[in-house]
Design a protein around this ligand. Structure first.
Ligand SMILES: NC(=O)c1ccc[n+]([C@@H]2O[C@H](COP(=O)([O-])OP(=O)(O)OC[C@H]3O[C@@H](n4cnc5c(N)ncnc54)[C@H](OP(=O)(O)O)[C@@H]3O)[C@@H](O)[C@H]2O)c1
Length: 247
C-alpha cells in the first residue's frame, strides 16, 4: 500500500529532506514509500493539503511554521509542548500528533562536538522554532544561554547591543545561528555580528546545512574558530522522525 510523507514550509526547494528519504526508501527497498516537498504560502493551506492527500502518514515541518502548526494538531507530545515548537507530525486515522526531534538531534550533535566545561555559556541568534528546540537542549546539557533578536522585547540582546559591547561575544564560547540568514538561495546574507570578536576558542554552530559553509561559518573559520553546520543535525532529526512514523 502506498505511504506518503513530506515536508511543509513556506519555501522548501532548498531542503535536503526529500533526497534523504528518497535514498533511504531506495536503499531499504521501500518501493511504495514516497516523500514530497509541499510549499505552503500560508499555514492554513495545510487543511487543503490533508484533504487532497489522504495517504499522508507523516510530515516534517520547517521554516516558518514550527510554532504556527501547533493549532492544527489533535495531540502534542509533552516534550514538544514544553518546547513550544513542532517539526514532526504523525498522521493516523485523520488525527495529527506533533513531536519535536530537532531538540534531541541538536543535543546529540552538540554533545559530541562541543567540549562542555562548568564555564560553558551560549549565545543563540534568532528566537524562532528551532531556537526553542536549541534552548531545551542547552537546558538539558546545563549550558546557560542568552538570546539575540532583532527585537529587544524578545531576547536578552539585540544585534546593536552586541556591537556596542564587544565583551558579550568575547565571553561566550558557543555561538549558535538559528536564523535563516545565509540559507540558500540567499547565500550572501549572514547574521550582523562583529566577527572580529571571534577567536580560536569559539565554537560556532550554524543550523543551516545548505550551503554547507555559510558566510557566517566562513567568517568564523577565518578567525580560527571551530565550526559546524546543520547537516548532521538534519540527518539525526530525520531518523528520529522516521522512528516516530513507524513505531
Ligand atoms: N539542521 C537542521 O536540522 C535544522 C533544523 C531546524 C532548523 N534549521 C534551520 O534553521 C533556520 C531557522 O529555522 P526556524 O524553523 O527556526 O525558522 P523561524 O521559526 O522562522 O525562526 C527564525 C528566526 O530567525 C530570526 N530571523 C528571521 N529573519 C531574520 C532576518 N532577516 N534577520 C535577522 N534575524 C532573522 C527571527 O528571530 P528574531 O525575530 O528574534 O530576530 C526568527 O524567529 C532555517 O535556516 C532552517 O533551515 C535547520
Amino acid at each position: 500500500m502506498e505511504k506518503k510523507y513530506g515536508l511543509i514550509g513556506a519555501t522548501v526547494s532548498h531542503s535536503f529532506s526529500k533526497s534523504y528519504f528518497d535514498e533511504k526508501f531506495f536503499r531499504e527497498g521501500l518501493r511504495d514509500y514516497h516523500y514530497d516537498l509541499y510549499s505552503l504560502p500560508i499555514i492554513d493551506d495545510l487543511k487543503k493539503l490533508l484533504e487532497e492527500t489522504p495517504e499522508l502518514e507523516g510530515l516534517n515541518v520547517t521554516i516558518p511554521y514550527k510554532e504556527q502548526v501547533v493549532k492544527f494538531l489533535n495531540e502534542i507530545d509533552p516534550e514538544a509542548k514544553k518546547i513550544g515548537a513542532v517539526n514532526v507530525i504523525k498522521i493516523k486515522d485523520g488525527k495529527l500528533k506533533g513531536f519535536n526531534t530537532d531538540s534531541d538531534a541538536f543535543h546529540e550533535t552538540l554533545e559530541k562536538w562541543f567540549p562542555r566545561t562548568k564555564e560553558s555559556k551560549a549565545l543563540i541568534l534568532g528566537t524562532g522554532g528551532s531556537a526553542k528546540a536549541v534552548q531545551q537542549a542547552l537546558k538539558k546539557l546545563s549550558i546557560p544561554y542568552q538570546m539575540v533578536s532583532r527585537d529587544k522585547a524578545k531576547a536578552d540582546y539585540t544585534y546593536e547591543d552586541l556591537d556596542q559591547d564587544g565583551k558579550i561575544i568575547a565571553g561566550v564560547p558557543l555561538i549558535i545561528n538559528t536564523t535563516p540568514l545565509g540559507m540558500s538561495p540567499d547565500t550572501n546574507n549572514f547574521p550582523p555580528i562583529n566577527y572580529e570578536q571571534l577567536t580560536p576558542e569559539h565554537y560556532v554552530y550554524d543550523l543551516i546545512y545548505n550551503p554547507a559553509r555559510t558566510i557566517f561559518l566562513q567568517k568564523a573559520e577565518m578567525r580560527g574558530s571551530h565550526i559546524k553546520n546543520g547537516l548532521e543535525m538534519l540527518h539525526v532529526q530525520a531518523e528520529k522522525a522516521w522512528a516516530i512514523w513507524n513505531n
